[in-house]
Design a protein around this ligand. Structure first.
Ligand SMILES: [Fe+2]
Length: 387
């Protein structure tokens, strides 16, 4: 084979190698482990990705069997053959899942979808970069961190009474306040949220990544207006900091209702709305949900979409989740690569149907690292339509 062919094969090998290590890291980060332990595993992943090219080019390409200098692949040592087979399987899985993702149709319950992109940086007269970490990253060209995609899904769920027609929910998730994305950006999102006049506002966690900014919550979340209620849960990043303090500020100072590990009942035009929340596996337990009475609309807030199985078993109508940020940086053709989930990139973002439960996974508003590529921040809006 020519040098060019062998170079391409080594490149494909490296792609499979990266896929294996990122798939493994995604599963590691789905666990409720201390940050130090997660960081340790992430350094193994970073090292493996960095070592890949010199190892493959130096060892396989130039030394033993030296495929870039006329060597025969068949003379490669047996352990390398095994690893090459694993990487080939990884690459095949990546290609297969990328194709499936592109071909996937929306669940039938989603009868309408609209996306409106707002360039909040242009609106604010420049990128609102504050004093937080990674400011240089926030300045990179093509970084979509300061844009906002307001997605509106009209959904029709089985058995939904006519009283629910037009009921609207706005979901905030994954604010990750670090100070790098300045408060003005979030205040603009508050304005846009209030213009939509939601019936219910929810927030599905990861509020804080810098504890000194907890005081921003009353000025941002606290100013969101919703006719019926504002309910929240926390996420894994909050758990890594001071969840009790974040919870207290969000309830006492911002005026939101904490639904973590429990279920509250609300009423809309005589119909019962149940809003439940789960922060599992990081905090608390799943809420105990009783058998659902006729006409009840049951909503679950879950930071991670990994709880979809529990939701489907508990007769939940709609799950709103975040956590995976849509991958945050997506590759052309391939899509998301990093998604801290037991299911890898399957639930990175989008809408999914499991039995009679619909789940919408938002890409979230921000991230610990202010970098987004082909993956704009998302403000999610749901409008119900009676069946
Ligand atoms: Fe997050």
């Amino acid at each position: 084979m020519s040098v060019l062919t062998n170079s391409l094969l080594l490149l494909a090998w490296y792609a499979g190698h990266c896929e294996l290590w990122t798939a493994w890291l995604n599963r590691v980060y789905a666990n409720a482990w201390p940050r130090g332990r997660l960081d340790r595993w992430r350094r193994w992943h970073d090292g493996a990705l960095l070592l890949g090219p010199p190892l493959l080019i130096g060892w396989i390409g130039l030394w033993q069997p030296g495929v870039l200098t006329g060597g025969d692949w068949l003379r490669m040592a047996f352990p390398w053959k095994i690893y090459a087979g694993c990487c080939a399987a990884g690459l095949a899985s990546l290609v297969f899942h990328s194709i499936c993702r592109r071909l996937r149709r929306r669940p039938r319950a989603v009868i309408g979808y609209d996306s409106q992109v707002h360039d909040l940086a242009a609106r604010l007269g420049g990128r609102p970069i504050g004093k937080g970490r990674h400011q240089q990253m926030a300045r990179l060209p093509c970084n979509q961190t300061f844009q906002l995609d307001i997605t509106t899904r009209t959904i029709r769920l089985p058995g939904l009474a006519k009283e629910w027609d037009g009921f609207s929910i706005v979901q905030w998730t994954d604010l990750h306040l670090t100070g790098t994305v300045d408060r003005r950006w979030f205040e603009t999102v508050v304005e846009l949220t209030n213009q939509m006049e939601p019936d219910l506002a929810v927030c599905t966690g990861d509020l804080i990544d810098e504890m000194s900014l907890v005081d921003w919550l009353p000025e941002t979340l606290g100013r969101i207006e919703a006719r019926l209620a504002r309910c929240f849960i926390l996420g894994n990043h909050d758990w890594h900091y001071q969840p009790d303090r974040i919870r207290q500020v969000t309830t006492d100072d911002a005026g939101w209702t904490d639904v973590a590990g429990r279920c509250i009942a609300l009423e809309h035009h005589g119909q019962r709305l149940e809003v439940a929340g789960t922060e599992w596996p990081w905090m608390g337990k799943h809420p105990e949900l009783k058998p659902k009475s006729d006409g009840t609309f049951r909503l679950l807030l879950s930071h991670t979409p990994d709880n979809i199985g529990m939701a489907a078993n508990q007769d939940v109508d709609l799950v709103l989740a975040g956590h995976n940020h849509g991958g945050q940086v997506c590759l052309p053709l391939i899509g998301p690569v990093y998604s801290p989930s037991r299911f890898g990139i399957r639930y990175a973002s989008g809408d999914f149907q499991v039995d009679s439960t619909l789940m919408v996974v938002s890409r979230g508003l921000s991230g610990r690292h202010p970098m987004r590529f082909l993956c704009r921040p998302e403000l999610t809006r749901i409008i119900l339509q009676a069946s």
